[in-house]
Design a binder for this molecule. Sequence first.
Ligand code: NAP
Length: 443
Amino acid sequence: TDIVVFEKKDEIGGTWRENTYPGVACDVPSHMYTYSFEPNPNWSNFFARGPEIKAYFEHVTDKYDIRQHIHFNEAVSDAVYDAGKWYVKTVQNKDYVFDFVISATGILHHPAYPEIEGLDTFEGSTFHTAEWDHSVNTGSGSRVGIIGTGSTAAQAIPELVNSGAEVTVFQRTPQWVLPLKDFNISDKAKRLFNRFGFIHRFMRRFAIFFMEHMFTKAVTGHPIQKKILEWACKSNLRLSIKNKALRDKLRPNYQVGCKRVIVNTTFYPAIQKDNAHLVTERIDRITPAGVLTTDGVLHKLDVLVLSTGFKPLSFMRPMNMTGKDGLHINDAWAHSVKAYRSMLLPHFPNFFLMLGPNTPIGNFSVIAMSEVQGDYVLKLINKWRENEFDELEPKPEAITRFNDYVKRGLKGTAWVGGCQSWYLDADGDPILWPYTWAKWVEE
Ligand code: NAP
């Protein structure tokens, strides 16, 4: 009944507000990337585009009258726990006191900038994909370099190539690509979904079933699904890339699913166009004129795009968060970032982490995950309201037990299939959930 939502920017949207790079879209089917209580029969595409998803969240915010609770442009700078209360300070130097604090700051939010010598000497324009500078010409007449070939780059590269730029792609590690084609949803189909809710509900259930029983299982050690996914990605490479030398450069030497599988049908056609150049030589350094690779070639550029991913373990940091006995979050997480059931931290009572470590489930909808966690938080807060407890925090042995359980699941997954990715932390422990969606809900 008494809720404050702190939003650091002047509008809502999270990922879909921050990421405006050309081609930004969700590779989880739209009908499943929605709240269960607010289905959307009007999605324009099977895989919705970023602006439409942002508009969906704005619609939900307005319909459920959430805006009245949101303090825009007010990032939390400090949160200190003392004797049953959280004392919160914001960048506007305002103070608040709460019984509970929930962190919903996201996972892939802090851009990771590559440490490459000379990056700051480049005389053209440089920006990260999550901070796209739309004032810069990246179309016809421009020479654009892009570092990285992850899910983001696979969506942005075709747009750059098709807009007529000379595009040089710097690939360090190739990726497996699953060719699930996006398609427009016709007005007739939308009318049908609006009129007959059960068809729409079936679409949603089917998408969830497919992602759970195909995708999630394929990467978490279920042999039949794994074989099908492998076959689909390998055939895609073989059938889509005509030139053998290019095909060899694009072929990963690790298991399918080890890195996040890229769901895309536009990257392979784009990289074969005359104005696209795939560079697999290592980057030596960046010069004022462009990128110098270790073979001595200088790739002259006007724009350098960093599609180099995110720091997945920052969560609510750099917030100054202090729990019981003055324990700072940076000290609590100094060695590794862990949480009980991905939501609760020892020494940080009455604090909940949304989409924390071991929440992400490969290529599944985070909206569904947030709903499960939202219910869990409410259940616990209701117990507090019924005076069942004053303080809630996990015991260290509970967290150890939980982490051992998660770690045991890692052995069967594709993530230990010979690659490096943001899916594993520095100790090689999974940041993701190594079992099925159903098991995650149950746990
Ligand atoms: P990413 O998957 O972490 O990819 C980063 C890329 O940058 C990799 O190719 C990496 O190469 C390369 N890289 C990083 N540092 C480098 C360096 N110093 N020199 C050369 N190359 C370097 O990042 P992302 O593509 O932004 O995707 C991150 C996550 O966002 C995805 O896994 C996904 O969860 C999410 N995402 C989802 C969608 C969607 O459709 N739902 C779309 C975009 C992103 P290495 O592989 O060699 O490290």
